[in-house]
Ligand binder design. Structure first.
Ligand SMILES: NC(=O)c1ccc[n+]([C@@H]2O[C@H](COP(=O)([O-])OP(=O)(O)OC[C@H]3O[C@@H](n4cnc5c(N)ncnc54)[C@H](O)[C@@H]3O)[C@@H](O)[C@H]2O)c1
Length: 329
């Protein structure tokens, strides 16, 4: 029987153990995220690893003698040391498509909630303060006619751009890895990061978390943004420097922020951004939809089975295609 190590309990929420029943010996971690020592020990004779958000580091990959695939049941794979996997000829796959609609809609939702003061309004009405509508704080802004800047024109960024057009916004994007022709075909203007920050009323972060995008938005970038602009991120924590964002929001460099992702999840109790009225935070739920959540698990299991049966993963889910050119040892 094959042995498959599940690196976090999020895999359980997706029904992955049931999908693998009778197919493999499935090891679930004792705690929500697997403990590193257990991981190294359990990975030693594992054929596959499935993770959602748990880190799969070099140490684990190098100890795994039989490992053929690390399947991420999510779109972002910044939690996996892909180069360590590639050098050991281990496939890394992700669930490239399951989340797209939900995440793009969540970004749009955060933009609307921020613009139309919906969060404050709900709180005030719950307190019995219908009179909130007679205060200047109740007056929102329309999205129509504004400019949105999308950082990262990948699956989510493209879906967001398409949805946003129907709200009557002009769309700019910054992504060093796409061509302006590709952007033009979506009716999107590809610009530099500085131009995007200078011109946008809404800045939406939908890029991958990489070494390059780590703290891509910090003090300098927040100071370039318009004072009445909103910043939204549905991508990954770590792309925004949260200390700088706290300063920007409390000192009025920008109008507000909507975040679905944080550098440390869950955040510590005294997390500064939670104290601000102009910052709304959701607990990494953008991709969780009734319609598609289970698909992340199904896609991951499909790729694992393919690889363990000697096939290669689906092209759109394969993160390290260069592996196909490395001769088998
Ligand atoms: N909040 C959630 O629940 C949730 C769910 C799914 C995905 N995500 C995150 O959303 C993000 C986008 O997902 P996706 O499916 O569109 O991924 P994707 O791989 O399709 O797109 C990522 C895009 O980022 C771009 N990029 C890379 N480096 C960049 C840089 N330096 N500057 C600007 N752009 C850069 C890439 O060129 C690519 O177009 C990822 O960070 C993913 O982890 C979040």
């Amino acid at each position: 029987l094959k042995k498959i190590v599940l690196a976090d309990r999020e895999t359980e929420k997706m029904g992955i153990p049931e999908l693998l029943q009778g197919y493999a010996q499935v090891i679930l971690p004792k705690t929500f995220f697997i403990n590193e020592d257990d991981f190294v020990r359990l990975a030693r004779d594992a054929d596959a690893i499935i993770t959602v958000l748990a880190k799969v580091e070099k140490k684990v990959i190098e100890s795994a003698e039989k490992l053929k695939i690390i399947a991420v049941a999510a779109a972002g794979y910044d939690n996996v040391d892909v180069s360590a996997a590639t050098s050991k000829r281990v496939f890394v796959t992700r669930a490239a498509t399951a989340h797209i609609g939900g995440v793009a809609e969540h970004a749009l939702g955060l933009m609307i909630v921020l613009s139309k003061k919906i969060f404050a309004a709900i709180e005030e009405v719950r307190k019995g303060n219908w009179d909130f509508r007679n205060t200047p704080q109740a007056i929102g802004k329309e999205l129509g006619g504004k400019i949105v800047g999308i950082i990262g024109l990948g699956n989510v960024g493209v879906a967001l751009a398409k949805k946003i057009h129907s709200f009557g916004l002009q769309v700019l994007a910054y992504d060093p890895y796409v061509t302006s022709d590709f952007a033009k075909s979506l009716n999107v203007n590809l610009v530099s990061l500085t131009q995007l920050l200078q011109q946008s009323d809404y800045v939406c972060i939908t890029c991958a978390l990489t070494k390059e995008t780590w703290h891509l938005i910090g003090e300098k970038e927040l100071k370039i943004m318009k004072k009445d602009a909103f910043l939204v991120s549905v991508a990954r924590g770590g792309i925004i420097n949260e200390m700088s964002l706290y300063q920007a929001l409390s000192e009025g460099w920008i109008a507000g922020a909507g975040l679905d992702v944080l550098e440390l999840e869950p955040p510590p109790e005294d997390f500064l951004l939670l104290r601000l009225n102009n910052c709304i935070i959701t607990p990494h739920i953008a991709g969780l939809t009734i319609e598609r959540y289970g698909d992340c698990g199904r896609l991951a299991v499909e790729e694992v089975k393919k690889v363990l049966e000697g096939d290669i993963p689906n092209k759109e889910n394969l993160v390290n295609p260069e592996i196909l050119n490395i001769a088998k040892k």
